[in-house]
Design a protein around this ligand. Structure first.
Ligand code: ADP
Length: 580
């Protein structure tokens, strides 16, 4: 859909405010045109000496009334129109937000957060301006132009009007050239702002790392560079917008010269009265607004088109996680991968190669292996953040893709290694998974996650704010808050993705013990680099290069004397050295 299509569709849907403002605007234009005509009559009557004092006062009274009416109508129609355009902006923001919320990790891997934020602010503002200000100026300008030209040619003199309009085609040509440049410059300026936004967002997110590495200066220099680029791109757009003004000026001067030449000639020959020439000059003055309006409209439309060109691909981007399944609830049963091969979009190397696994309901599966072996990828496929290229992934006998995404999400509690905490209280962060959880339930979940004692020691206990992304908590505390969050829901499947990496071994053992007793008969898949976290699992898979290299329970894997056994001995030694 083009920008004109978008605005046209919106205007058709919201025709009332647009029609009302058009009617009010037409009244304003009619009154504006009425004024010079009356002034012309008054001047003629004064020259002829036929105007009485009372009649003069009455004429002045009409003019004042017309002025007041114009003022109120202008305010009212602007309010109507701007309210409508702000609503379009709000609708677009809601659409963008909803779309972004539906997108999966692959989409965000390709997009930059700061640029997405710029789309939601700067770009939508530009589309909003095109649907409000540009409509205003376009309609007002066109109407004024038609009425003024009609009054010039029909009300005063057709020959003069034709002469005055002679320079206009040249102006139209200049406008067309200028607006092409504005389109490109606006696109560059919006892009540059997006890049600047992205840099600020990234810098603020990683400000502690930047400081630790002493990179503030380099980051500031990059910021200056981007700010400079954004400013000069905006300046380029402004320079082209400013080019409208001389074009209008030259056109107007030429039109005035032509009018005065021909008008003087006609007055000289008694074919035109001085009053008519005065009125004509005033009409010519009234053409300034339609000309400026045309320039302004073109600038706003080109900026809006450039913004829409950036916005539309994101609004219409296909969902990176499709949701075409129609099963409304997960059938509890065995979770199985059969010959699953998967590579990340845009990467040729397989992250998983022909992987098969079975996790019967109620059992716990441990997933271990070196970094990059494909453990998290398995979880991402279960969560359907990505789709395998071949092989089957099923749960309870149904393909994972046959479930509705919300059904799948409800059935799974997922705790990532780096959980996300919102800037709210600890209690609110735990209760995220269950909005109506009581304080008792929250505390019980916190006890299961071995974080209760830490929380009660905090100044405001469960009401302690955790700061943005949980900055006020340690890594281990954040992980345990996330575990508590997962414990609050009664989801049939728990996925722990190295979710205890930042807590000490004893706390990890306590938490896993609590989990086992609280989730009897529930299914769990535990990914961990620390083998003590999976030693009690019913079955353990060792992954290597996206394939299963060893499997069995803890005892049989030790007997096998492969990677698992070596890693186990190493970690035991490490733990005994730590304890010493
Ligand atoms: P593990 O969890 O075992 O450390 P992962 O499942 O995260 O390993 O990664 C498996 C392989 O996939 C690795 O080679 C990794 O580089 C690659 N990989 C992981 N995430 C992505 C991604 N988002 N895009 C591209 N490749 C990825």
């Amino acid at each position: 859909m083009t920008l004109t299509g978008l605005i046209g569709h919106y205007v058709r849907q919201n025709w009332r405010p647009y029609l009302l403002s058009a009617l009010m605007l037409a009244s304003v234009s009619a009154l504006t045109v009425f004024i010079p005509r009356q002034v012309g009559h008054v001047v003629d009557a004064l020259v002829a000496g036929t105007l009485s004092e009372d009649a003069l006062l009455a004429q002045l009274g009409w003019l004042v009334l017309a002025g007041i009416a114009i003022y109120f109508l202008r305010v009212a129609w602007r309010l109507q129109l701007f309210a409508a355009s702000y609503r379009l902006g709000a609708q677009l923001r809601q659409r963008l937000y909803a779309r972004l919320c539906q997108q999966g990790p692959h989409f965000f891997q390709l997009k930059r957060t700061g640029d997405l934020m710029a789309l939601a602010t700067n770009d939508i503002d530009s589309v909003e301006m095109a649907s409000g200000e540009a409509m205003l100026a376009g309609f007002d300008g066109t109407l004024t132009l038609i009425m003024v030209v009609a009054m010039m040619s029909l009300g005063v003199d057709g020959r003069l009007a034709a002469a005055a309009l002679l320079p206009f085609p040249l102006m139209a040509l200049a406008f067309w050239r200028i607006s092409n440049h504005i389109h490109q410059a606006s696109h560059d300026s919006l892009d540059a702002f997006g890049k600047l936004n992205d840099h600020v967002q990234e810098t603020l997110t990683g400000v502690r790392t930047l400081r630790a590495l002493g990179l503030e200066e380099r980051s500031a220099a990059r910021f200056s560079e981007l700010a400079e680029a954004a400013a000069s791109a905006s300046l380029r757009a402004q320079r082209w917008e400013a080019a409208f003004e001389p074009a209008v000026g030259i056109t107007l001067v030429s039109a005035t010269a032509l009018t005065l030449g021909l008008g003087g000639y006609l007055v000289w020959h008694g074919e035109l009265t001085i009053g008519a020439l005065t009125a004509f000059s005033m009409y010519l003055g009234q053409l300034i607004w339609p000309m400026f309006a045309a320039g302004w409209v073109l600038a706003l439309l080109e900026r809006g088109r450039a913004a829409w060109g950036r916005l539309q691909p994101t609004l219409d981007a296909p969902l990176s996680v499709d949701d075409h399944g129609d099963l409304p609830a997960v059938v509890p049963g065995t979770l199985a991968f059969d010959g699953v091969t998967f590579s990340y979009p845009g990467h040729s190397a397989n992250a998983l190669s022909g992987l098969s696994l079975t996790l019967p309901a109620g059992q716990t599966l441990g997933l271990v292996g070196a970094t990059g072996a494909g453990k998290s990828t398995v979880l991402r496929l279960i969560l359907r953040q990505y789709t395998a290229q071949s092989g089957s992934t099923t749960w309870g006998g149904n393909a994972l893709h046959d479930y509705r995404l919300d059904a799948l999400n409800r059935a799974i509690s997922w705790v990532p290694q780096e959980p996300f905490l919102f800037s709210a209280s600890i209690a609110d962060n735990i209760a995220l998974a269950k909005a109506n959880a009581t304080r008792g339930e929250i505390e019980r979940a916190a006890q299961l996650a071995s974080i209760h004692d830490d929380i009660v020691r905090m100044p405001q206990g469960y009401d302690t704010p955790v700061g943005e992304k949980g900055i006020a908590l340690s890594g281990g505390q954040r992980q345990r808050v996330a575990i508590a969050r997962a414990m609050l829901t009664d989801a049939p499947l728990l996925l722990l993705d190295d979710a205890l990496s930042a807590v000490d071994t004893q706390t990890e053992t306590d938490i896993l013990h609590h989990l086992r007793s609280a989730r009897v008969g529930r299914t769990a898949l535990i990914v961990s680099h620390r083998l003590s976290a999976v030693m009690d699992a019913d079955h353990i898979l060792v992954l290597k290069g996206g394939q299963v290299s060893e499997q069995g329970d803890h005892a049989s894997l030790l007997e096998l004397n492969g990677w698992y056994a070596a890693q186990w001995r190493y970690q035991q030694l490490e733990a005994s050295l730590d304890a010493a």
